[in-house]
Design a protein around this ligand. Structure first.
Ligand code: IPE
Ligand code: IPE
Ligand code: MG
Ligand code: MG
Ligand code: MG
Length: 302
């Protein structure tokens, strides 16, 4: 097959790039407010979200939607919400009382640029805006709007990202491989699972397919976090665009497994994700995106 035909890798790459730019534009639009917002807070919101970020969570929602034969515009509000929530979580993750990180996306972290109090308010405002965008999306049928709202709220909550971040920060609970995988599922997997779930909801997938998508998303998040742990150990701040060495005093899945086994575990997880999404979808956009994510992560480690 020539690589200019539909579905060829070249066209998939172009399509992913188009979706990325749609997400970027929609994120900028989501940070325009109809009524007055204090200027420094508004600047902090824009700083936290725009001008960086790979947009993987939003892209996964759109790519899987295309694979499930759903018009991708219907996933744009979900993609925006996922990326606003993810950015909000990074603002909090970088705070001095959390990871105390000074750089993010090749720029000062939000509290480093705007102060802690503004960063905290910025994070809350981003979460709110995420839910507002989904609630306002007239292109979604009410049941899909409600379902996406619930998925996003649950992902961030105490049983999801907040609980996972708590355990990660305080090293709470057992530190064996399985408990750490569970922690990674909650701190990172939940947003990847939510991305797949949003596509599944809009596509009207049945509960069995939804739970398969949920597990695949969680697994993808665990592999992604494992690569991130390895990047923290092995890469430089300049290459990664954020502080590295932040996990040096922590027990992580990468330290428990050791570098080589961690890498193998991340690759094995991604292989399972690929098998599952190929079985559930037609076009191969999500699968191509997962391959690109893996290749980018691996390039930091070579
Ligand atoms: C960073 O996520 C936080 C982790 C879950 C490891 P990304 O690497 O997706 O961050 P951005 O959005 O591209 O900056
Ligand atoms: C947690 O992981 C990221 C979130 C779930 C918000 P890290 O603390 O390892 O993320 P980075 O390395 O700062 O991006
Ligand atoms: Mg952290
Ligand atoms: Mg961190
Ligand atoms: Mg990290």
């Amino acid at each position: 097959m020539s690589n200019t035909e539909p579905g060829s890798p070249a066209n998939i790459g172009t399509q992913l790039e188009q979706w990325r730019s749609q997400i970027e534009q929609a994120l900028a639009a989501a940070l325009v407010f109809e009524t007055r917002v204090p200027t420094p807070l508004h600047e902090a919101l824009r700083h936290a979200v725009l001008g960086g970020g790979k947009r993987y969570r939003g892209l996964l929602a759109m790519a899987l939607a295309a694979d499930l034969s759903v018009p991708t515009e219907r996933l744009l509000s979900s993609a925006v919400a996922l990326e606003l929530i993810h950015s909000a979580s990074l603002v909090v993750d970088d705070l001095p009382c959390m990871d105390d990180a000074s750089r993010r996306r090749a720029a000062p972290s939000t509290h480093a640029a705007f102060g802690e109090a503004t960063a905290l308010l910025c994070s809350i405002a981003l979460l709110s805006r995420a839910h507002e965008r989904v609630a306002q999306d007239a292109g979604l049928i009410p049941i899909a709007r409600a379902g996406i709202g619930e998925v996003l709220a649950h992902a961030v909550g105490a049983a999801g990202l907040c609980g996972g971040q708590y355990d990660d920060l305080f090293q709470d609970g057992p530190l064996g491989v399985e408990p750490l995988i569970d922690r990674y599922r909650r701190k990172t997997g939940v947003l990847f699972a939510a991305a797949f779930a949003c596509a599944g909801i809009v596509a009207g997938c049945d509960p069995e397919v939804q739970s398969r998508l949920q597990r695949a998303g969680e697994r993808l998040g665990v592999s992604f976090q494992l690569y991130d742990d390895l990047i923290d150990q092995l890469s430089s701040a300049e290459t990664a665009g954020k502080d590295v060495g932040k996990d040096a005093t922590k027990v992580t899945l990468a330290t428990v497994l050791g570098t080589e086994a961690a890498r193998r575990e991340a690759e094995a997880g991604l292989a399972l994700v690929q098998t599952e999404i190929k079985a559930l979808s037609r076009e191969g956009y999500a699968s191509a995106l997962v391959s690109a994510m893996a290749a980018r992560a691996a390039s930091f480690l070579s």
